[in-house]
Design a protein around this ligand. Structure first.
Ligand SMILES: [Zn+2]
Length: 142
């Protein structure tokens, strides 16, 4: 369950930042615009999608708990998938080692591509069924 949480954690952070900024602008009766939001949200996205951020978090949790905190592998997987599935998106190129801006990686596909969506969800369902599906009887040939 914690692994699932960390699997969506990077996106929760930047969407949360966009929401908080929008609420703040609304409360100050300022126009909520993409031009004002994007530079900050882009930076929050880069920080939450940086392997360096995950490494720092991993080191801190290892010091605090005395061992590797496996649920953050969900965060790592999220970043590795995002790097190649944001072709043509506003967050392209991806900076997986932010604050370093090298490498700057352009994606291979946009995750909203219908073919990718079908393959992605089929893989998720297949993996779920493999791990949680009914046990099949083992047929002995002997
Ligand atoms: Zn993401």
């Amino acid at each position: 369950m914690a692994g699932l949480f960390f699997g969506v954690f990077p996106d929760l952070i930047f969407v949360g930042a966009a929401l908080l900024m929008s609420i703040n602008m609304f409360a100050r009766s300022r126009e909520i615009s993409r031009q004002r939001l994007f530079p900050v949200v882009r930076r929050v996205y880069a920080v939450s999608h940086s392997l360096i951020t995950v490494a720092v978090f991993g080191i801190i949790t290892a010091i605090v708990t005395g061992g590797f905190y496996f649920p953050i592998l969900g965060w790592l997987l999220h970043i590795l998938l995002d790097i190649y599935t944001h072709k043509g998106s506003p967050v392209e190129p991806q900076f997986p080692l932010y604050p370093l801006t090298y490498p700057a990686i352009k994606g291979y596909i946009w995750w909203r591509n219908p073919y990718f969506l079908v393959v992605n969800w089929a893989a998720i369902i297949a993996l779920y069924l493999l791990m949680n599906g009914p046990k099949l009887p083992i047929i002995s040939w002997g």
